[in-house]
Ligand binder design. Structure first.
Ligand SMILES: [Fe+2]
Length: 290
């Protein structure tokens, strides 16, 4: 290794240290990462102070992260990286339902629920009845598919953002299983558009750029079914004013759904004559075979 490294020779010198990597993909990724990282640094003429700021920023992203606070995922989301990875890896344009980013609020350990169950976890709000059908690309119902769903409350907060208030119980999320006709359905409460968390390091970026932190109203889904590719997707409420300014770039035209408003006195899909206004949402999801 040269003892006379310069601004330009440092890049190749570092790249060569990956020559002996046993995994070719590891070598490819790190050689390219070093190239782009060094090019970026030279291009913006990064100062000492800016380097320290960046290191401190990443340290704070790590420190605020936890199983229920995914600041690194949020950082990836607000920089458009999550959507870019999704675009590269999934077959957009086929008849299958488009995928989109996972977002920072999926958590392990969600409760399982029977079809028809109320998954609101006792959180108050306008009732919402969701009904989904899962099909193969040839129209065959996918029975036994595992369906994770999660959403915010009517104030735009997820359960994990109000853990103390909810006594650390998970709510407005569940795992359901499709029946023989590929159907799944549940009752919950209507979500609402919400700002991504801005009280951490990612909020500093949004404020510095004068960017809106808001995501349009939506419901998340994650499907797993034998013989099919997993699908991470989201349905967005048609007419939401933030559809074309999603803070994390996840909203897509093909995933905009009708969240239908009903009056008190109307009959809900489960046969209940409702004493308050409510919403219904129906959607057919198409999975790609493996
Ligand atoms: Fe969300």
């Amino acid at each position: 290794m040269s003892l006379d490294l310069t601004e330009t020779t440092i890049t190749e010198t570092v790249q060569k240290t990956f020559d002996k990597a046993k995994d070719e993909r590891i070598r490819e990724i790190f050689v390219s990462l070093v190239q782009h990282l060094h090019d970026f640094t030279r291009e913006v003429r990064l100062t000492d102070e800016e380097w320290f700021t960046a290191v401190d920023f990443l340290e704070r992203v790590g420190k605020i992260s936890s199983p229920t606070r995914q600041e690194f995922v949020l950082l990836s989301d607000i920089l458009g990286l999550s959507v870019l990875v999704d675009q590269i890896n999934h077959h957009h344009g086929s008849s299958a339902t488009d995928s989109t980013l996972l977002g920072p609020f999926y958590v392990e350990g969600r409760p399982t629920a029977q079809n028809g169950a109320d998954i609101s976890g006792g959180v108050g709000g306008m009732p919402m009845f969701f009904s989904g059908t899962v099909l193969d690309t040839d129209g065959t119902p996918v029975a036994g598919a595992h369906v994770d769903t999660w959403h915010s409350d009517g104030d735009g907060f997820y359960d994990v953002q109000q853990a103390d208030k909810l006594d650390h119980k998970l709510a407005m999320r569940a795992l359901l299983i499709t029946d023989d006709n590929g159907r799944f359905w549940y009752r919950s409460i209507t979500p609402r558009c919400y700002p991504v968390p801005t009280d951490g390091p990612c909020g500093e970026i949004l404020r510095a750029a004068h960017r809106s932190p808001t995501r349009p109203e939506h419901i998340h889904f994650w499907f797993h079914a034998e013989g099919h590719e997993p699908l991470i997707t989201t349905l967005f409420r048609g007419g939401d004013p933030y559809l074309d300014s999603d803070a994390v770039f996840g909203a897509k035209r093909s995933l905009v759904a009708d969240f239908v408003q009903h009056d008190a006195g109307d009959t809900a899909p489960d046969g209940t004559v409702m004493t308050e206004p409510f919403q219904t949402v129906k959607w057919t999801f198409i999975l790609t075979g493996k």
